[in-house]
Design a protein around this ligand. Structure first.
Ligand code: ADP
Ligand code: ZN
Length: 721
């Protein structure tokens, strides 16, 4: 009789042993269904010696219920899952869940039933039904998906099916994806581009681990160059995964990819319908999906023959996952490449200090593209001193920026105003008593969104209509908006230039790849004069007629004061500046600031990126901050304030004395309350050489806390809130 160790998709359980039925073949990586109490749970067979556990007696082993007819998870992926769980102190089951990201993909059926509107109006058209049909429009999906899209209950959708207004359609989910053609329409590369591409092609042929930093200014053709690596992967019959930081970037990427390779790659992101997810997952697992473009969650999928990994805009902090398994996709991507023995390309115009340091010490090979493609020049960056050249009262755009906008409008060129603040105003208060609107669940102000007529919390999503009277002093019409958000800047633009066509680009307006495609289309057709946007518009886009960028508040990013504040500000402004002058016409960037002498601003204006990075790197080195030292955050949260504080004190009190490690806190987190939970933080600072995870594992492993308390460890934290 043979037994097998299984990791079940249940983070509360350790690995369990099962009996393999005589007629079944199970090897490490096999995807199985295992009985657990009265239920059956999906799991994956694992090497027993890698996951030691208390062995139960042979006689008590229960047989596996089923072994799926799917390729087993390969050894490099199993090692990646172990490494991720170990490094980020996460349950192995929680990491495994990301690999088996489509439950429906496991069952073998070839069709899935989806629903869509028939166009017939039901006899009984209640307001709810009318709303549902309107919101569903052309959409197609599972009952649940349609209900979510329409914001109604499942039963409303089912009622509409009965009434004939919505019909079932069978969707074939195993249709093959088209094959990208490596020679469909290759560009003629410039010398520097060709040299870079040649490096990648050579590394592809060598079939071993090769980490690259593709460091090229905005518009230098980084995408074109890594496309050559993808072309080589296609010729070699290997799969490629391209990670993008933002699903809004997927659509423009698909278009460019199709122009180069003749068909779309396979997208993977949270916006996929279940049927699309299932089809993609199976194609990835069988090797049929040759190029996948996705969000960070695509990183753990079971590629049959992965040959190349690309992380585009690799400096983006959105690659860091902030809940669940708190991993950094850039770092896990490098680890996956190492375990798969393949090349990985980190592409960025503003590489993170961590990445630059790896190139500096020769671990990553740096491939540079120092100039923009063709005749495009880097834009000219100038500071606007808000003290010397202040906007009129209650306005936010300085006269010199307004003049540039006007001139640009006259020339028929496009402009972009960047402000990293959604909504109309970040703070609303009562003029008569000073009451400020705070979220009831979070330590955060309610942000006014005037377009939809709501106050919203950007942390938990709590919304309320703006009241006419102050809830504190009951004075009517006394609420005033403080400070600007993008909507307020749009109002200012409309007042200044009534005839200009403007558009607001934030996650509120561009919330799907389709919306992003619509925005790109309008820009390309010249239907927009002025874009007002958050960080969402800072990356990836290529609009040749966009020649002016105005940074509304360059000081904003510096106020948080965390480890990476200056670096992040620099990257963000460089990225948004990089949208200007990408075509034949030169670009101009105006950066509004109260502190033109701040190092970040003067580096931007003088173009001395190297000097800025050197100073930042030196400061990190001296303080032994990442990448020269290590950090880990410990976040304790509970709905009960006393319990959270008590547990935090317990953890603080029991901190081990270890050479090369210091523990700070506990203290209430800056976001002292989030989604109704009180939060306390500790920060662990350790020498690079210390296995800080091991120390923390032992430390916390010996403690107990009340059930309602959650203790999360954030290894290599990016958020200090
Ligand atoms: P980056 O990713 O470095 O910002 P892109 O790859 O987006 O740069 O290139 C900028 C623009 O220049 C794109 O429109 C791209 O198609 C074009 N481009 C770059 N290199 C070439 C080339 N060798 N031939 C034709 N067009 C190119
Ligand atoms: Zn909130």
């Amino acid at each position: 009789m043979s037994r097998v160790r299984v990791v079940l998709l249940n983070a509360a359980l350790g690995p369990l042993d099962y009996r393999v039925p005589v007629d079944a073949a199970v090897e490490p990586g096999s995807i199985v269904l295992a009985p657990l109490g009265p239920r059956q749970i999906t799991g994956v067979a694992w090497e027993a010696d890698r996951l030691p556990t208390d062995e139960i007696d042979e006689k008590r082993l229960r047989p596996l219920a089923h072994v799926y007819d799917l390729p087993p998870l390969a050894a490099p992926l199993r090692r990646l899952i172990e490494w991720t769980a170990d490094y980020y102190l996460a349950p192995i089951a929680a990491v495994l869940r990301m690999a088996l990201a489509s439950a429906s993909a496991l069952d073998g059926s070839r069709t899935i039933t989806e629903y869509r509107a028939t166009g017939r109006v039901p006899e009984r058209l209640t307001p709810q039904r009318a709303q549902a049909l309107e919101r569903i429009g052309e959409r197609q999906g599972l009952v649940r998906e349609l209900a979510l899209a329409a914001d109604v209950s499942d039963s409303v959708i089912r009622g509409l099916v009965k009434a004939g207004a919505i019909e079932a359609v069978e969707v074939a989910v195993d249709d093959p994806f088209p094959s990208p053609d490596p020679d469909h329409d290759p560009p003629a590369l410039e010398a520097a581009q060709a040299a870079a591409a040649a490096e990648f092609v050579e590394a592809m042929r060598a079939e071993r681990f090769a980490p690259f930093l593709l460091d090229g200014v905005t518009g230098s053709g980084k995408t074109e160059v890594y496309f050559e690596a993808i072309a080589e992967a296609l010729r070699l019959g290997r799969q490629t995964l391209v990670l993008l930081p933002e699903i809004a970037l997927t659509e423009p990427f698909l278009k460019r990819f199709a122009a180069r390779f003749g068909c779309d790659p396979v997208p993977w992101h949270s916006g996929l319908r279940q049927s699309q997810r299932r089809r993609a997952w199976r194609a990835i697992a069988t090797g049929d999906a040759q190029v996948v473009v996705g969000a960070r969650s695509a990183l753990f999928l079971p590629y049959a023959k992965l040959g190349l990994l690309v992380v585009d805009e690799a400096h983006e902090t959105s690659f860091k996952q902030e809940d669940g398994v708190q991993y950094h996709a850039r770092d896990v991507a490098v680890m996956r490449a190492k375990l798969e023995a393949i090349p990985v390309i980190l592409a960025s115009a503003t590489p993170a200090i961590e990445t630059r340091q790896m190139a500096e010490i020769g671990v990553y090979k740096e491939v540079a593209l120092p100039n923009r493609y063709g005749d495009a020049e880097m834009p000219d960056i100038a500071a606007v001193d808000l003290i010397q050249d202040p906007p009129p009262r209650g306005r936010w755009l300085a006269p010199s920026l307004v003049r540039e906008l006007e001139a640009n409008l006259e020339r028929g060129e496009q402009s972009l105003l960047f402000l990293n603040r959604r909504g109309y105003a970040p703070l609303t208060l009562c003029r008569s008593c000073g009451h400020r609107f705070q979220c009831p669940n979070c330590t955060a102000w309610m942000v006014e969104h005037r377009l939809v007529g709501r106050l919203a919390c950007h942390h938990c999503g709590h919304v309320m209509p703006p009241p006419r009277a102050c809830p504190e002093c009951h004075e009517e019409d006394s609420l005033v908006a403080c400070g600007p958000g993008v909507e307020r800047i749009a109002d200012e633009v409309a007042a200044l230039f009534p005839e200009a066509r403007s558009i607001i680009v934030t996650s509120d307006t561009i919330w799907s790849p389709a919306k992003a495609a619509e925005f790109v289309g309008r820009m390309e057709r010249g239907e927009v004069d002025i874009v007002i946007g958050t960080q969402l518009v800072t990356k990836g886009y290529h609009f040749p007629n966009l020649t002016l960028v105005g940074v509304v508040d360059a000081d904003l990013g510096l106020s948080g004061g965390d480890l990476r504040a200056a670096e992040r500000s620099f990257q963000q402004i460089m990225q948004v500046a990089g949208r200007a002058g990408r075509g034949e016409k030169p670009g101009r960037v105006l950066v509004q600031t109260h502190e033109p002498a701040a190092p970040v601003i003067s580096a931007l204006v003088s173009g001395d990126a190297e000097g800025f990075y050197e100073a930042e790197t030196q400061a990190r080195r001296e303080a032994a901050m990442p990448p020269f030292g290590r950090l880990a955050g410990i976040i304790i949260s509970s709905e009960d304030l006393a319990e959270a504080a008590e547990t935090a004190r317990l953890i603080g009190r029991t901190a081990p004395q270890v050479e090369g490690m210091a523990v700070f806190g506990p203290a209430p987190a800056p976001l002292a309350m989030l989604r109704g939970r009180h939060r306390q933080r500790l920060l662990v600072h350790a020498a690079r050489s210390l296995d800080v995870q091991d120390v923390i594992r032992e430390w916390l492993g010996a403690l107990e806390w009340p059930r309602g308390v959650r203790v999360a460890v954030d290894v290599d934290p990016y958020s200090f809130l």
